[in-house]
Write a protein that binds this ligand. Structure first.
Ligand SMILES: CC(C)(COP(=O)(O)OP(=O)(O)OC[C@H]1O[C@@H](n2cnc3c(N)ncnc32)[C@H](O)[C@@H]1OP(=O)(O)O)[C@@H](O)C(=O)NCCC(=O)NCCS
Length: 204
């Protein structure tokens, strides 16, 4: 498969991360993350311990068609994961005609970077871009496994709240867990922005 990643030219910068377009040259590092059973345990709704190179190309081909696919870089330029700012095409999100709704599948593949604020920095950068530049109406996280406390903690610390729960749809061994959907609306995001601003209008 050639030209399997749809390109864009968007570069974004957070407080401790940089987001740059995911290119075909990144597929081998992304494959390494997609062969790590512990990363997939949290990132994938299916019970899977590793993907082949062809699977990985298909996954990123499909993601890149639906929005902006990025490599996440830490302060020193090291690639630590990937994220996609994606238009929603899932029926259960109830997108009304004319409504602009996005989601953010995210995977920090370098586990030593977990729980150090990188994920939150990435998602808050993308939320700001989506609400302030793309003028979206709702920003969602879809299908978070109910055991994924790190992801649930991160999304709720950014003001997303649970709007839907699919009972027992995530299987791990003989255990069954729920899938949780969270979101924040444009009004809620703007209210939070105002309450976090100083009188001069600067964010604190
Ligand atoms: C989920 C993921 C993106 C989170 O990113 P991260 O960098 O590990 O998380 P952060 O350090 O940015 O999280 C920051 C916030 O989440 C909260 N948080 C982090 N870990 C938590 C935990 N284990 N339990 C509860 N809250 C937690 C923190 O308290 C913090 O909130 P605060 O600023 O209000 O204190 C990352 O761990 C990851 O990619 N994991 C593997 C794949 C995955 O789970 N993807 C998501 C699938 S939906």
């Amino acid at each position: 498969m050639t030209d399997f990643i749809k390109q864009h030219n968007l570069h974004l910068r957070g407080k401790k991360t940089r987001l740059r377009p995911f290119t075909e040259a990144d597929i081998h590092i992304a494959r390494r993350w997609n062969q790590d059973a512990e990363v997939l345990y949290y990132a994938d709704s299916n019970e899977v311990t590793g993907y082949t190179l062809e699977d990985v190309k298909d996954i990123y081909h499909s993601m890149s068609q639906q929005g902006y696919l990025f490599i996440i870089e830490a302060e020193d330029g090291k690639p630590i994961g990937e994220v996609c700012l994606q238009w929603i095409n899932i029926e259960r999100a109830n997108v009304k005609p004319g409504e602009k709704v996005m989601r953010v599948p995210i995977m920090i593949g370098e586990k030593s970077y977990w729980e150090k604020g990188y994920g939150k920095d990435v998602v808050s950068t993308l939320m700001r871009y989506a609400f302030l530049e793309l003028k979206i109406d709702r920003f969602c996280a879809m299908g978070v496994a109910s055991f994924n406390e790190r992801a649930l903690g991160m999304f709720s610390s950014l003001g997303l709240w649970e709007v839907r729960r699919l009972k027992g749809t995530v299987k791990r061994g003989t255990a069954e867990f729920d899938e949780v959907d969270l979101e924040i609306t444009r009004e809620e995001f703007m209210r939070k922005q105002t309450s976090c601003a100083t009188p001069s209008g600067k964010e604190v």
